[in-house]
Design a protein around this ligand. Structure first.
Ligand SMILES: Cc1cc2nc3c(=O)[nH]c(=O)nc-3n(C[C@H](O)[C@H](O)[C@H](O)COP(=O)(O)OP(=O)(O)OC[C@H]3O[C@@H](n4cnc5c(N)ncnc54)[C@H](O)[C@@H]3O)c2cc1C
Length: 372
């Protein structure tokens, strides 16, 4: 008899896991809290690395479709100082498939394909070790039992509580996201500044990154060191008040860069949290974790890649040995922990350098990782 497998969360980790199982004709139940795929704005673009996110898509049989959608030109990168001087300008190499960009919404739709997601299924609690398997309690009071519950429910995972007491801690760095639409027609100067890819500006304890998405949409990320309560008294529904607070934080920066904040709409507050770098847990039969639920780390371009690769590998391993579910999950967890610890260290150290008292650190970091 086929095992009853549920994945909680329809983000990159959960959908990749489910889609690879589907590719192997293995049934899986996908439980997602959002009431519909487009219930929330999907967020900015993701660059999917050849040996990680793209490998995961290959395991799902989706690489060709990804290649048709993704944007290698999005890899272009320009770095300025706060006076507007161009310090680095790396053009995109259009034939370079190493880590092209894709909009999150496009990736979600690609992964969703034929999957039958149970939308509006927020999980409140997971109880392992009942006689009949692992009990899932939903926020609306329903209950259902599975042989394996995979927690792919992100940073504030409910499933994680069944295996680990760990909770994310604040990194000391906050991000405020805003965006501009129809940038080529409405803000041609900013469109030129951001080019086909991204422009990043690094100052003392502050950074501002603008990233082109498809369809003339630009996401802007203001990142700065601040106590968690830096915004006490600020009304997030009052866009002009948020804009003024941000402009005060970036006081003295060159006007064209500040224009990203002047023209941005829909400010979203995202204090950056992380799990301990070497987060592991004592194996609990019937429950495991994937993606940010397992290894939330600062956003340095690998979180979704790791989430997808983990999801694909676990699904592939389950499909290859369906009768050995517990041994398969145990072996997978060891591999996941080792890889996540390596990348977690890199991302933690990287964030410290990108938003640093010495802006030269950010430039040095890029020089280390960018091809010359
Ligand atoms: C600004 C920013 C930029 C980033 N850029 C990149 C990048 O370029 N490349 C990259 O690789 N990574 C990037 N990341 C990291 C990346 O976004 C995450 O690592 C990735 O989304 C993790 O995927 P996930 O599926 O584990 O979790 P999530 O994407 O958080 O998905 C979790 C899903 O679970 C659902 N859920 C939550 N709780 C419940 C519940 N109780 N019951 C049911 N469903 C639930 C949520 O609704 C959500 O759909 C970035 C992050 C940020 C903040």
């Amino acid at each position: 008899m086929r095992q009853r497998i549920a994945v909680v969360g329809g983000g990159p980790a959960g959908l990749t896991f489910a889609r690879v199982l589907h590719h192997h004709d293995h049934p899986v139940t996908v439980l997602e809290r959002d009431p519909a795929p487009d219930a929330r704005p999907p967020g900015g673009t993701l660059d999917l690395h050849e040996g990680m996110g793209q490998l995961a898509l290959a395991k799902a049989g989706l690489l060709a479709e990804f290649q048709a959608l993704s944007r290698p030109e999005g890899q272009a990168m320009r770095i300025l100082d706060v006076d507007g001087t161009v310090l680095r300008d790396w053009p995109a190499r259009p034939d370079d498939r190493a880590h092209p960009e894709i909009d999150r919404g496009q990736l979600r739709d690609l992964l969703l394909g034929p999957l039958d997601v149970q939308w509006g299924s927020g999980v409140a609690e997971v109880v392992p070790g009942t006689g009949d398997g692992v009990l899932v309690r939903f926020a609306d009071g329903r209950e259902e039992t599975f042989d394996l519950v995979v927690g792919a429910d992100g940073a504030w995972s409910r499933v994680r509580r069944a295996v680990s007491p760990a909770t994310p801690h604040y990194t000391g760095i906050t991000l405020v996201e805003t965006s501009l639409d129809d940038v080529d027609a409405r803000h041609p100067g900013l469109a030129r500044l951001v080019g086909d890819g991204s422009v990043a500006v690094y100052g003392v304890n502050r950074a501002l990154v603008a990233q082109r998405n498809s369809g003339g949409h630009v996401k802007v990320y203001a990142q700065f060191r601040a106590p968690l309560d830096w915004h006490a008294g600020l009304d997030w529904a009052d866009a002009e008040a948020v804009r003024s607070s941000l402009l005060a934080l970036y006081d003295g920066w060159t006007a064209p860069v500040l224009d990203f904040l002047h023209h941005g709409t829909d400010f979203v507050h995202r204090p950056l949290y992380a799990l301990p770098v070497s987060h592991t847990w004592a194996h609990v039969p019937g429950v495991t974790l994937l993606g940010d639920a397992a290894h939330l780390m600062p956003p340095l371009g690998v979180g979704a890649n790791l989430a997808m690769l983990g999801g694909a590998e676990l699904a592939e391993a389950i499909a290859a040995a369906p009768g050995e579910l517990d041994e398969t999950v145990r072996a997978f967890e060891e591999r996941l922990w080792a890889r996540a610890a390596r990348w977690g260290q890199m991302a933690t150290a990287g964030l410290e350098r990108l938003v640093s008292p010495d802006p030269g650190e950010a430039l040095a970091l890029f020089d280390e990782v960018q091809p010359s």
